[in-house]
Write a protein that binds this ligand. Structure first.
Ligand code: PMP
Length: 281
C-alpha cells in the first residue's frame, strides 16, 4: 500500500508524523474524499473546489492547484492499482510547538493522501436498503467546513453501530440536519424529493449537488426545505448520499419501516442515474 505524505509517495509503514502535528493535537485541518470508479475519479473537480473553499475558510493556504491535486490523486490511484474505492486527502496547519494560535506563516502544511478499496457501485446494502437511527446533532456552528474535527460524527456513527445499523441521522430542534457522513433526503407521498437547503449548518454535499442536478434534468419534483424527524419517519422513501455510498436507500428510521420496507422506486432511479453519471466521469 502506497500513501502520499508531504511531496513523497511512500509505503504506508514508512509514513510517519511528529506528535506536534496540529491535525493530531487540535484537529486543525481539512479533509476531502473522492470516489474512484473503474479506476477514475468521480466528480473530482467539485471535491477539489470544496477542499479549496474549506481551507480558505480556516486560513490555510492550499498547497496545490486543482490540476496538481488531480495529478497526485491519479498517481496514487495508479500506484495502488485501485479500481473502486476512495481517495482521502487531508491538509493540516503543520507541525509546531503546541499553541492554539496559528504557527508562523512559513510553517509548511501537512499533506496526506491515501486510498481505500471499497465496493461503492455494487454495495449489497444498496440492494437491501439501510436502516438509520436518529441522534442529536452535537456539532459546532460551521458545519459547511469539511473539518477533520469529527468527534460528534464519531459518536453518532458509534450509536448507529451499537444499534446494528449503517448510519445515524442527526437532528437539531426536531429537524434532520444530515447523516453522520452523508446528506439526508426524504421523498414524500406525492413524490417530492426533499433535502435541507445549504447553510453554515450542514456540509454542502458534492453527491447532494449531483443528485439534485440529475433529479431536475429528469423532471422530478424537488424541494430544498428543512424536514423534521417526524416527517422523515412518515416519508414514502428516504435515502442518503455521499462520495462513499453514492445514493443509499433508507428503509427504516428508528425502527419505523418506510413504505414496504424495500428501496423505493424513485430512490432506485436516482441511484441508477448517479451511477450512470459516475461511470461517465
Ligand atoms: N454530510 C457530512 C457530515 C459528511 O461527512 C459527508 C461526507 N463527507 C456528507 C454530508 C456527504 O458529502 P459528499 O457527498 O460530498 O461526500
Amino acid at each position: 500500500r502506497i500513501v502520499y505524505l508531504n511531496g513523497a509517495f511512500l509505503p504506508f509503514e514508512e509514513a510517519r508524523l511528529p506528535i506536534m502535528e496540529r491535525g493530531f493535537l487540535f484537529a486543525d485541518g481539512i479533509y476531502e474524499v473522492s470516489a474512484v470508479l473503474d479506476g477514475r475519479l468521480v466528480d473530482n473537480a467539485a471535491h477539489l473546489a470544496r477542499l479549496d473553499r474549506s481551507l480558505a475558510e480556516i486560513g490555510i493556504a492550499n498547497p496545490y492547484d486543482a490540476g496538481e491535486w488531480e495529478r497526485l490523486e491519479t498517481e496514487l490511484v495508479a500506484r495502488n492499482a485501485l479500481s473502486e474505492g476512495l481517495v482521502y486527502m487531508q491538509v493540516t496547519r503543520g507541525v509546531h510547538e503546541r499553541d492554539f494560535a496559528f504557527p508562523p506563516a512559513d510553517t509548511a502544511p501537512t499533506v496526506v493522501m491515501f486510498t481505500q478499496a471499497k465496493n461503492v457501485s455494487r454495495n449489497p446494502l444498496a440492494e437491501k436498503g439501510a436502516a438509520v437511527v436518529t441522534v442529536e446533532d452535537l456539532r459546532w456552528k460551521r458545519r459547511d467546513i469539511k473539518s477533520v474535527a469529527l468527534l460528534a460524527q464519531v459518536l453518532a456513527k458509534q450509536a448507529a453501530a451499537e444499534a446494528g445499523v449503517a448510519e445515524a441521522w442527526m437532528h437539531e430542534d426536531g429537524f434532520v440536519t444530515e447523516g453522520s457522513s452523508s446528506t439526508a433526503f426524504i421523498i414524500t407521498g406525492d413524490g417530492e424529493i426533499v433535502t435541507r437547503p445549504l447553510s453554515t449548518a450542514l456540509l454542502p454535499g458534492i453527491t447532494r449537488a449531483a443528485v439534485l442536478r440529475l433529479a431536475e434534468e429528469a423532471g422530478l419534483r424537488l424541494s430544498e426545505r428543512p424536514f423534521s424527524v417526524e416527517e422523515a419517519k412518515g416519508a414514502q422513501e428516504a435515502f442518503y448520499t455521499s462520495a462513499s455510498s453514492f445514493v443509499m436507500p433508507v428503509v427504516s428510521i428508528d425502527g419505523r419501516t418506510l413504505g414496504d420496507g424495500r428501496p423505493g422506486p424513485l430512490t432506485r432511479r436516482l441511484r441508477d442515474l448517479y451511477l450512470e453519471m459516475a461511470r461517465a466521469s
